[in-house]
Ligand binder design. Sequence first.
Ligand SMILES: Cc1cc2nc3c(=O)[nH]c(=O)nc-3n(C[C@H](O)[C@H](O)[C@H](O)COP(=O)(O)OP(=O)(O)OC[C@H]3O[C@@H](n4cnc5c(N)ncnc54)[C@H](O)[C@@H]3O)c2cc1C
Length: 563
Amino acid sequence: MGLISEPDAPARNAGLDLGTLTMTLEAIREYVSRALPDDRLLELDHDDICPVDVVRGMCSDELGIQLLFIPEEYGGMGGDTVDVYRVCEQMARLDVGVATSVLATFLGSDPIFVGATPEQRAGWLTEIAERGVLYAYGATEPEAGSDLAALRTTAKPVIEDGHVTGYRLSGRKQWISNGGIADKYTILASAPDGPSWFVLDRGTEGFSQNQPEDKHGIRLSNTAALYLDDAFVPAGNLVGGIEGHGLIQAQKVFGYTRLMVAAFGLGGGWSALDRAITYSATRIQGGAPLSEKQGFTHKLIVPHAVRLEAARAVIEAVAARIDAGEGADGALNAEGAIAKYTATEAGNLAADAAIQAHGGYGYTRPYLVEKIKRDVRITTIYEGTSEIMEMTIARDRWQQHLKSAGCYYPDRAAALRALHVRHPDTGAETAALACEALAGVLEACRIGRLTRNQHVLLRLGELVAAAEAAAWFAERAATASEGNLPEKADHRFDATALAAMSRVFARDAAHKVTCDGLRLVTGAGGQPADALLSLDAVRAAQAGLISDMDHIADILYGRAGAR
Ligand SMILES: Cc1cc2nc3c(=O)[nH]c(=O)nc-3n(C[C@H](O)[C@H](O)[C@H](O)COP(=O)(O)OP(=O)(O)OC[C@H]3O[C@@H](n4cnc5c(N)ncnc54)[C@H](O)[C@@H]3O)c2cc1C
């Protein structure tokens, strides 16, 4: 997305200033609230209609969201990764379906950012900035979803006078966001030298779109299959002008695009949870508001706020690293996967809890939490399923464990213990326990060759995500207590609140990694390593859990004495 540096890539976007970002977030809120008030959202969801006029309005002079993502040299505003995360979260808070439609253009133009020639970039990106051209991203096929290498769509060169003048695309694409409404499509197809991206115009002969899918959620977004039957594209529409770079180009942007979907999970989850908080403050049962029932808040509200904010810590850390130039060539793919996995699973669980928090009302359509739950569900599936995220995370960190001779997580634990010395209230020491236990689990897996069980490998992905999110959360809480959170970061919670949330999350992570790790290693026939046996320390670290949760509940409900 223009932020990934390549030899030919445009300069990394400098980012918006705080004033412009704040104005943009507010303009999005105002525009969508006016165009799509709650009753209209419910109606469109019920009737399964994509509000194309609203999507186009957002991507035109009316709102101009498309400008955010385009570098200034092509007429855009040059938003950085942090801007993009904040905007994606805001859009998803309003409607994950509309967010998907608007953001599909940026997903669709990713292969251009990463792989196009400077001339192609100038042409296609300027067109998005100036005319609000809508894109769709056509990678998935009926037989090629998680495994894109299995793609069957072909690109057959058309040769005239010994030169390739174009390609004829044939095949089928499945589940394509904006499939039925886009102006242009980036299509992944197998050329003689390998998978390659092509830009295809709507209206091309031999190219048609199916009816929209009847989906479980995000019913305000258009999702359709695409049919390609010898559809001709000129040679100049082969992205980058060289065949065979398609899968590499797709890989290069994952750290970034997965962060966008992570932000959708965060926005959807918080949207549902905030509704549950509001509802429970006035819903009287057993003689008092539900918000005063600890059994209610500590199950249905507090843990979800904690998980969502842990996910935010990961997203903000990864976004900052991409903006610092670390994301080139897919270098932060594992981190992007941790962000997506943590945020979308948290968003999904939070939305489910929000239904429960509304009781019978939550189970009915007039209550938006029912819709949000269906909407946010997609975030654990598209742009890489949660299981593919687990695999990506586990494989990367397994390599790190081996390459560092087992020192990767002990080193992180040492850094966290040093952080604990400076900031003893941020949960850093407990996060260190999680990292040490993780090192023990990985080592036991190495000795016992346990990752030959795919189940073990994927569960390791889950444990890695828990331990690393705890580490990032402790670091964010420490930065907040130093008063150093970046100005464009989210500032909903103050340093005290973040520290309490981080402590709760770290306790959970240390407990999970140790207990699930022990079970996994033993279950696969391995021998737990010493570090795994430090259950006593993990147990001791649980002290203070309930009072921290009480404190967080007070903060979320704005009760006196919360600070
Ligand atoms: C509403 C919607 C919008 C979408 N938008 C787009 C879009 O704009 N562009 C686009 O290209 N695609 C899009 N997709 C497709 C989406 O990215 C895929 O659905 C997703 O990647 C999963 O692929 P699949 O559906 O083929 O499932 P599969 O890959 O068949 O997976 C099925 C299940 O098996 C698991 N699984 C798969 N492989 C493995 C493995 N090796 N080991 C263990 N478990 C495995 C998966 O996690 C999943 O649980 C969209 C999908 C939906 C539903």
